[in-house]
Design a protein around this ligand. Sequence first.
Ligand SMILES: Nc1ncnc2c1ncn2[C@@H]1O[C@H](COP(=O)(O)OP(=O)(O)OP(=O)(O)O)[C@@H](O)[C@H]1O
Length: 341
Amino acid sequence: MQPAIETHGLTKRFRKLHRYRDLVLYPWRKASHLAVDQVSLAIMPGELFGLLGQNGAGKTTLIRMLCTALLPSEGSAAVCGYDIVRQARHVRERIGLVNSEERSFYWRLTGRQNLEFFAALYHVPHAEAAARANALIKQVGLEEAADRPFRTYSSGMRQKLGIARGLLNHPQVLFMDEPTRSLDPISAQAMRRFIADYIIGELGCTVILATHSMVEAEELCSRIALVKSGRVVAQGSLAQLRQSLNYGVRCVIRLRHMPPDLPDTLRRLPDVLDVAAERAETEQRLAVTLREEGPALAALLREIVESGAEVYHFETHEISLEEIYLRTLSVPAQSAEVALC
Ligand SMILES: Nc1ncnc2c1ncn2[C@@H]1O[C@H](COP(=O)(O)OP(=O)(O)OP(=O)(O)O)[C@@H](O)[C@H]1O
């Protein structure tokens, strides 16, 4: 099957203003900022693919290139089989974009009028435009506000209208840049259900979702790319990320009578990655990270019991997406890369 989105070494450099010192020392050189660095991805039809990364990691720039709003500096990409540079018009006809940019709506027009206006821009036949706008207004739950001017909308309502606009032209591929950013937890959960049930389930769209919400990524995305300084540093399903990054399994043990040297003894066991011990008056707590369950877990428990400690609570946790994110991406951010070329 042909991927819905395929990129090969996709790269974007932005021209940077010279610092005064560079102007004096190297007047002939051009400064550039690497926002997206050699990204290669293959996203299959119907997949919901997440982009996670810190502010400034390059997620929006990647999305803007795939939407044909920005030209790549290097590399290539195809959306629905069409090249994003040479066949940009074909790409645009097949995609929708949802971002948290509200300035692109007309503030004096109502929500419904805005949708009808954008439907005309997307060449939706006039007779169909009103019906599509109406159906989408219902889908995103804006019936009551549909005939109020956009300027009176709350941030969450604006966000919902943005999602309706992204779906106006029946896109095969939908790019969503932080679609639940301004939504309260209940509306965000409803929006996640809407994305899973309607956009993926019913419409069968392929979705690229850039988000800072771990809940959203964990709940919705079949695969995730972790982006750092423009590079995809890891990608895969949550299970694949756990396996490939080798972050292991966390065991939490509450016990009494813990010998003082037990944490050090456990640290020396094979396949033990990390041991943290907490002592309180009535109980002690050990948090041990193992490379994997199985023999390593058996050896750990044997060692604890043989030490004379009394175990009265034991549980294992898989490493959460948030922990994977923090461990992979929170290494001190390199200062913005400035390449003088
Ligand atoms: N038009 C531009 N000109 C120059 N630099 C830009 C431009 N657009 C983005 N950048 C820079 O490119 C880098 C990546 O920005 P981008 O908006 O893609 O990050 P992001 O991952 O989407 O961040 P956020 O999570 O904050 O939205 C940043 O350092 C940003 O300052």
